[in-house]
Design a binder for this molecule. Sequence first.
Ligand code: NAG
Ligand code: NAG
Length: 187
Amino acid sequence: MQFTTAFLASAAALTASALPQSIVTPIPADAKFGVITIRSGSPIHNQALQAARNSLLVGAKSQNASCDADTNFATFYINDEELFLYAASATPQTIFVDRSGMGMGKIGYVTGAEPLGRNWETRGWAIGANNELQFDGTGIQACPGAIDGSWSIWLQGLEKPGWNENCTTVAGTAIKTDNPIGCLYTQ
Ligand SMILES: *[C@@H]1O[C@H](CO)[C@@H](O)[C@H](O)[C@H]1NC(C)=O
Ligand SMILES: *[C@@H]1O[C@H](CO)[C@@H](O)[C@H](O)[C@H]1NC(C)=O
């Protein structure tokens, strides 16, 4: 709960201020972080990314992950341009993107040694200006209609990724956490 409280406090601070770029402190390269979707006026403004069923989501009632402490948000880190779900001692889970015509900007994750699909890419993640999470310079968008009323997370670029409608581009803003909680997320 401590994590949740601190996490939401940072998110609130971020939103309240609509910070000019110059005073956003870049997060350190080795930081563990959560990601908040920023898009004023949208239903998913200021929500924390979750990981469940090999996808990234916002707005799910529970992500149902097996975590070292109670949390309903995903914790990430980047190593050598690869984006991982923070696992502490559990099996590592690696985020991939599929920018192919079939993939349409799909974002998912694999567990441990599970092989990557054809056209799945893992290297290219970075935290850009304003601490925005990007893959090869491209940010994220969210689409309604995912499990339990949640929104699924995709790369920007197509209006209807995965044929989903009413998607909204968001700034996926990384918020550093000093007390990361390791989880094994559902597959
Ligand atoms: C979490 O578990 C509940 C109860 O089994 C289920 O109804 C719900 O769909 C699950 N949510 C996700 C995001 O998998
Ligand atoms: C998208 O928006 C249209 C118009 O508001 C609505 O009829 C439709 O149900 C929405 N689809 C989803 C998946 O939210």
